[in-house]
Design a protein. Structure first.
Lengths: 352, 329, 385
């Protein structure tokens, strides 16, 4: 299989309530500029573009169509779109580089989750006959998974609060994370707070976030020319689990485990995990068999900024940045989609 | 004529989308929903022998439809739960309640539903629950209003019904799912200045710094160059029709009575047309290249919208020659 | 570097205005089961699934591939979800092909569907955001003015649109899966039908359909092991341009032209009108047949309507267009593009039955979407090169 590497990454600053439109243009134009400046590329160098976004997040059909304004897509470009997190757009971009149709490919994701009622909206991802008519909100569904793990003795509420505290501590070094509400809160203090949806407290849940991210891939020698230390992709896999929540053990994640195994997740020294709830970080960490010495979410992760449809792509970009900057030799980016970690993607990268 | 735009506040307003979706159920879900109307709960036997309740339509391993549906419950055991202190629109209960995964007696998988337990303290994994049926029949999964703590009545505890044939006629075959969602719709800074100018009866476009084309309404970025447009250009309320159609078809949500002319109107000095109405003449009189002028609503009705121009009407004078606008088609 | 790929089998539903007998999953499964049977494969031989459909608002299910994972047979496998507006069915086929061409998988299932009867596409496409002027009236209201521009630019006689519609409806009658099967449709009847979006008449527009399509694509080894005719993917192309920009050619969009040129180059075709035996082109409004014939290079600009008028696009003509009846006979929006791709494969494998073009060895599948801005195309043939 050909050598393909991440050679560029940029993300918009996470915001709780952006003034941008839902078509993403205002968030995308500056980060395209940033990533082009950093790589020395222009839009004409991009052989394939692929985006990830959601019509339902924006509240109208074909909402992604206007986003191509941010590209300046004339003369016409080779371009595609997934109704998924931008991480899956990156997967499609990776395919295009592997086939040789593109030497350089760019994936982006964007979402303005604050435009609607995100947690209510996500009920529409559930079975439209058996579940959606009950409107189970996303926090409550995640809470069922958190409870399953508590009951099974896989984690404690203390473990969950520790994930939150560590994430916010890490986010201090990340100017693109959300400004913390109370960065100094201790684990004990966090645990004294009321439940949002028992057993989840506010600190267990990723904040509703607006944002965008962009990642550039390049093949072989082009990657070496454009980047001093490209993040070479050594494994890129994704899997989906059954939609039947009640037929799954929600304290584990089979799709993350099998994607991780196929991608070689255990090699990672650093992992950026798209955990939208504290217990999900524990589930994914266990599923990917990451050892205690693996640094998880040095960026602060999704708990400190979770722009829907960009956050998974940003995890891969953040992991790649660890390699490009020389801080790590093998890094892993993970993206998740759907209720209770139904769909998982793992991208393992290395410096050479 | 041209001036740099100042700092802008983006305009925003509520966008509500609402539709009653019609869901046809097919054989398996139809049998399940029909049984619910009859106050029975069915599960599906999987290829590995396990019983899934609610039933799967397609076996998670073989993707085949279930070979048989079997009655389960009505009693069940909570396998996981959460507690929601602040119920939201559309959820089964409007008082604080628990969400639970409930393994119905005789089933190997759990179903998600609400539990009316009064308080979180009354909830625990392993608790026994029974369905509370709603007053409605044939409404689908909401035929079960929720579950409540306790064992089912004795008559219901013995599951003697045996198997139910999937070939049974499904009398509940269709359900309606109303979906109403509310969004905050925000426009770009450029479009905001366009709309604010409209509220003053002015038409403002923006010139792309790269290609020099004048866009009205201004866009978040020039679609050709991918750069934000900056310089504002005031445009007159006169122009031409480049092309158009006569709309004769009424549809759900329509806001203008038919027939009407929907046209691409190219303002004098603009480099792109926008869509607007042509009224004030017989639709058959509208022609490509026809000169038109805006008919504004009364000033007191002006708002931040292109609706301030009620429509365009013929302005008289000779039509623009085809060659002068052919590149806008 | 790029691996060979071939269509091993195709399947489609009985398209109807309302498939009230099935759920969304049941609709997809009907197409999948037929595709697997056609390919003589079982679900466990599929490595990955690609699902395409148009806006989620049409069915009121957000990212329905998640809920459909079990019905698609995707549990434990990779599952991708494509959405490129009306071209999505085509893009779905191309992403599935990429998975093979990249050497990642051996057999991939592409599925596309739309269950339009769950809601109302015209409503979903005409939602007017705040501050905007409510002018648009669905896809017909969007495209009719551009059809008027085409007629003005090309000087085409007014009856061309009706000729296309009558041909496609008659072709649809040969296709057992088609939604509209009107063997006795004539140009005169089309011309007598109500004017909806002048210059577009009722019978010149596509129906609103429930339907799904599935295609199994495999690598060279899978194709050679299949033991039956396969459709080799000779070339693929996709292009995008913005919906609206100053200088956009709505009649002959540059993205479609560039896409076709890239496609012909990839497939080694120098004269499409001579070398393509059958074309399945996305024609939701009849006038788009001559428009796309020009855009694709089957005719010079302004000359597409002459191919239609001379009967060359009939099933027996020089370049048969939409022998299946096309989008004008069945339009499950998200699936419509993949249906074009599947029908092109059926032609070169000799599986098109009553609507088989005699001796077809090389065929085009085409899809477009958005404001004539997303294009997806492939060329398939009965041999690899």
């Amino acid at each position: 299989m050909s050598d393909v590497a991440v050679i560029g990454f940029a993300q918009a600053p996470a915001e709780r309530h952006s003034a941008a439109t839902t078509n993403g243009v205002e968030m995308l134009v500056p980060i395209f500029h940033e990533v082009f400046a950093a790589t020395g590329l222009t839009k004409d160098d991009i052989g394939f573009w692929c985006s990830g976004s959601s019509d339902y997040l924006a509240g109208r059909a074909f909402s992604f169509v206007s986003a191509v304004d941010a590209i300046g897509a004339f003369p016409p470009v080779m371009e595609s779109h997934v109704e998924q997190d931008g991480a899956w757009a990156l997967y499609e971009a990776w395919l295009k580089v592997l086939t040789g149709e593109a030497e350089i490919a760019l994936a982006y994701g964007f979402g303005k989750a604050s435009a609607g009622n995100l947690h209510r909206l996500l009920a529409l991802q559930l079975d439209p006959y058996l579940l959606a008519p009950l409107w189970p909100d996303a926090v409550s569904v995640a809470a069922l998974s958190a409870r399953a793990g508590l009951d099974a003795g896989r984690w404690s509420e203390q473990d969950m609060a520790q994930v939150a505290a560590r994430s916010w501590a890490c986010a201090r070094g990340n100017p693109r994370a959300l400004p913390p509400v109370d960065a100094e809160a201790s684990v004990e203090e966090l645990l004294s707070r009321p439940y949002l949806a028992e057993p989840l407290r506010e600190h267990d849940c990723a904040p509703v976030t607006d944002g965008a991210a962009v990642v550039i891939l390049a093949a072989g020698d082009r990657a070496r020319e454009l980047c001093e230390r490209p993040a070479w992709i050594t494994g890129f896999e994704h899997r989906v689990d059954s939609a039947a929540l009640g037929a799954r053990d929600l304290s584990v994640c089979a799709s993350a485990a099998s994607a991780g195994q196929a991608a070689g997740a255990r090699r990672a020294e650093v992992a950026e995990l798209h955990a939208q709830f504290t217990h999900e970080e524990i589930i994914v960490r266990q599923a990917l068999e990451l050892g205690d010495d693996v640094v998880v979410n040095p960026s602060g992760g999704a708990l400190t900024g979770n722009p829907m449809f960009a956050a998974g792509l940003a995890r891969i970009g953040s992991a790649a940045a660890q390699i490009m900057s020389g801080r790590a030799d093998v890094a892993l980016g993970h993206a998740a989609s759907g209720p209770a970690l139904q769909q998982n993607l793992v991208c393992v990268m290395e410096g050479r | 004529m041209s001036q740099p735009s100042g700092p802008q506040t983006a305009l925003h307003a509520v966008l509500e989308i609402s539709f009653d979706y019609t869901r046809s159920l097919g054989p398996t879900l139809g049998a399940f929903m029909t049984a619910l109307a009859d106050r029975r709960i069915l599960g599906a036997r999987a290829s590995d022998g396990s019983v899934h309740a609610p039933p799967f339509e397609y076996d998670p391993v073989t993707a085949a439809p279930p070979e048989e549906l079997v009655e389960v419950g009505p009693g069940g055991t909570v396998t996981s739960w959460s507690w929601l202190p602040a119920p939201q629109e559309g959820q089964p209960l409007d008082v604080p309640f628990g969400w639970a995964l409930i393994k119905l007696d005789g089933a190997d998988t759990a179903m998600l539903h609400a539990v009316d337990a009064g308080s979180a303290a009354a909830m625990r994994t392993g608790m026994r629950v029974r369905p509370r049926w709603s007053g409605r029949r044939g409404s689908g999964i909401t035929d079960i209003e929720c579950f409540e703590p306790g064992e089912p009545p004795a008559s219901g505890t013995v599951s003697t019904a045996g198997t139910v044939s999937t070939a049974d006629a499904a009398t509940v075959a269709m359900l309606t799912m109303p979906i109403t969602l509310s969004y905050e719709h925000t426009v770009s800074p450029g479009e905001s200045s366009f709309l604010l100018a409209l509220a003053e009866g002015r038409l403002i476009g923006q010139r792309c710094p790269a290609c020099q084309k004048v866009y009205i309404p201004p866009r978040g970025a020039c679609p050709v160059d991918g750069v934000p447009t900056q310089d504002e250009v005031q445009l007159p309320d006169t122009g031409i029709v480049t092309t158009f159609c006569v709309v004769n078809v009424p549809f759900h949500g329509q806001q203008v009575p038919v027939p009407y002319v929907a046209a691409s109107v190219l303002l004098d000095g603009a480099d792109i047309a926008f869509q607007h109405l042509i009224l004030g003449c017989d639709p058959n009189e509208v022609k490509m290249g026809m000169r038109v002028k805006a008919v504004w609503k009364p000033r007191e009705e002006w708002e931040t919208s292109l609706r301030n121009i009620e429509y365009f009407e013929p302005a008289g004078g000779p039509d623009a020659p085809y060659e002068s606008y052919a590149h806008h088609l | 570097m790029k691996q060979r790929a071939a269509v091993l089998g195709t399947g489609q539903t009985q398209h109807r205005s309302k498939r009230a007998d099935v759920s969304i999953a049941g609709l997809c499964r009907e197409a999948i089961d037929r595709a697997l049977a056609d390919a003589c494969l079982t679900g466990d031989q599929i490595d990955a699934v690609v699902l395409g459909k148009a806006p989620d608002l049409f069915e009121g299910v957000m990212m329905p591939e998640l809920y459909l994972a079990d019905a698609l047979g995707a549990v434990g496998k990779p599952l991708l979800r494509v959405h490129t507006a009306g071209s999505v069915g085509g893009a779905t086929g191309l992403v599935a092909a990429s998975l093979i061409q990249a050497g990642v998988h051996r057999r991939v299932l592409a599925v596309a569907f739309e269950k339009q009867s769950e809601s109302n596409a015209m409503w979903a496409l005409s939602i007017s955001p705040p501050f905007s002027m409510p002018v648009l009236a669905g896809a017909g209201g969007y495209f009719a003015p551009h059809i008027r521009s085409y007629i003005r630019r090309s000087g085409a006689p007014a009856h061309i649109g009706a000729m296309v519609a009558a041909k496609d409806r008659r072709n649809g009658a040969r296709n057992p899966c088609a939604h509209l099967r009107q063997a006795d449709m004539t140009m005169e009847k089309v011309l007598a039908s109500p004017m909806l979006w002048d210059p577009v008449r009722y019978d010149e527009t596509c129906p609103s359909s429930d339907g799904a399509c599935a295609v199994v694509i495999g690598d060279q080894a899978a194709a050679e092991a299949s033991g039956q005719p396969v459709a080799w993917i000779r070339g693929t192309a996709m292009r995008t341009e913005p919906t609206m920009f100053s200088g956009k050619d709505h009649v002959n969009p540059r993205a479609g032209y560039d896409c076709a040129q890239a496609l012909w180059a990839a497939a080694g075709i120098s004269s499409p009108v001579d070398q393509i035996d059958a074309a399945e082109i996305y024609v939701p409004f009849s006038w788009f047949e001559p428009m796309w014939l020009e855009n694709l290079g089957f005719a010079e600009p302004g000359g597409g309507w002459r191919l239609t008028e001379s009967g060359d696009t009939e099933i027996t003509g020089q370049i048969p267009v939409n022998p299946s009846g096309g989008v004008l006979s069945s339009n499950p929006i998200g699936a419509s593009g993949l249906l074009r791709f599947a029908e092109s494969a059926m032609q070169v494998t000799g599986k098109a039955g009553e609507h088989q073009v005699a001796g077809a060895r090389t065929a085009l599948g085409h899809a477009y979407g958005g404001g004539s801005q997303y294009f997806s195309m492939w060329v398939v043939g009965d041999t690899p090169d």
